[in-house]
Design a protein around this ligand. Structure first.
Ligand code: FES
Length: 372
């Protein structure tokens, strides 16, 4: 007999069972379980209807073999109750009282099969095999129904309260008081508003919050890359500059907190290196060379043309954060003078129409990227 099999009502089996046999006939249950276990099924026995109901609820068998002749419980009543308790379990009636009427009634109540004793072993094994397959399908259907129901339920205030309680519990366990936590959240919300306003962005409150959260997560990914080490501050700032194209205030504040470095020290570093920008920069950097060679060959006129084409003055970034226009001193290709560098490309004294063509190309690329 299966080592895990115990009579229902005793200690529960340690592993889920395949077949529960509810029958008072000990000789039959012995033979039946031996046969099923030989077929590779895990079994359990209940010696009464009451034990069977209890066992179905606790052991979740795939198939229940039920004798209709039970002390203290009508067999038909047992079927009705079993179907309700374990809708995924497949019920096979196996009885010595096989009449057509009883078989029809059993099937109507939800039994899957009706076998009469004595039953041929092959017939029993086949019925159990089919029953277990059906039970598996029922369980899968139940679980996809549950997950669909879960998805259909939109998060509401009470879900948020549960999440809030989780956070509060964790905060207390870290020695952080509720007031302190709320102050920090209010501070981050103000930073998020300030950031959106400083960029002239009009967004819904929740979008502002979600955007700053995303920024902080990206910053954390950079900090993690350097193991949150204080001495990697410059590298962290370089990565932030590359990712965001500038060093926004809320990110510097976050780095200050995460690395435990005073904010003013971070600003000293950010102001010292030319690679860093404390102002928003466009997705495309346009650099007009005003070095000597370019100057004598008409850099001023070229700068006026570029500025007019972009609609911004040197040192400015357009409202959509698309372009930043800068002047630089010699970009190392004086032979092309006067020259403008747009991202990694050099253009020799571009005409207004050439500039407009370049701008249109960028806009087309961005539109395609948005659709992708
Ligand atoms: S002066 Fe303009 S590239 Fe050298």
């Amino acid at each position: 007999m299966n080592a895990d099999k115990k009579a229902a009502g005793g200690q529960p089996a340690t592993l889920p069972i395949d077949v529960l046999v509810i029958d008072e006939d000990e000789a039959f249950t012995e033979t039946c379980c031996r046969l099923l276990e030989k077929g590779g099924y895990r079994t359990a026995v209940a010696k009464s209807g009451a034990q069977g109901l209890q066992s179905v609820g606790s052991q979740h068998p795939g198939v229940v073999l039920l004798d209709l002749k039970l002390t203290g419980m009508n067999g038909v009543e047992a079927i009705s109750r079993l179907v309700k308790i374990a809708p995924a379990a497949v019920l096979i009636v196996i009885t010595g009282q096989g009449t057509v009427d009883l078989a029809v009634e059993s099937m109507k109540l939800g039994a899957f099969d009706f076998l009469t004793k004595p039953c041929e072993p092959d017939k029993l094994l086949e019925a159990v095999r089919r029953g277990l397959n059906l039970s598996m399908l029922r369980r899968e259907a139940e679980s996809s129904k549950a997950s669909a129901a879960e998805q259909a339920h939109p998060p509401d205030k009470y879900d948020l309260l549960l999440q809030g309680l989780d956070v509060l519990g964790e905060a207390y366990s870290m020695g952080i008081e509720k007031r302190q936590l709320l102050d920090e959240l209010a501070y981050l919300e103000n930073e998020a508003k300030y950031h959106a306003e400083s960029l002239g962005q009009i967004k819904k409150k929740e979008r502002v919050i979600l955007d700053i959260r995303e920024d902080l997560l990206k910053t954390d990914a950079i900090l993690k890359k350097y193991d949150f080490q204080k001495n990697s501050l410059i590298q962290v700032l370089l990565d932030v500059q590359e990712k965001f194209r500038w060093l926004p205030r809320h990110i510097l504040n976050w780095i200050s907190g995460r690395l435990n470095i005073p904010l003013r020290e971070i600003y000293v570093v950010a102001n010292f290196y030319e690679a860093f920008s404390l102002e928003p920069r466009g997705r495309h950097i346009v650099q007009v060379c005003t070095g000597t060679a370019c100057h004598v060959r008409g850099a001023s006129e070229m700068l006026t043309r570029v500025s007019a084409a972009l609609g911004i003055q040197p040192g400015q970034t357009d409202d959509k954060l698309r372009y930043t226009l800068e002047t630089v001193h010699c970009i190392g290709c004086c032979a092309l003078a006067p020259v403008v560098q747009i991202d990694n490309q050099y253009y020799r004294d571009p005409s207004r129409s050439k500039l407009e063509k370049i701008i249109k190309e960028f806009e087309k690329e961005e539109a395609q990227a948005c659709l992708a």
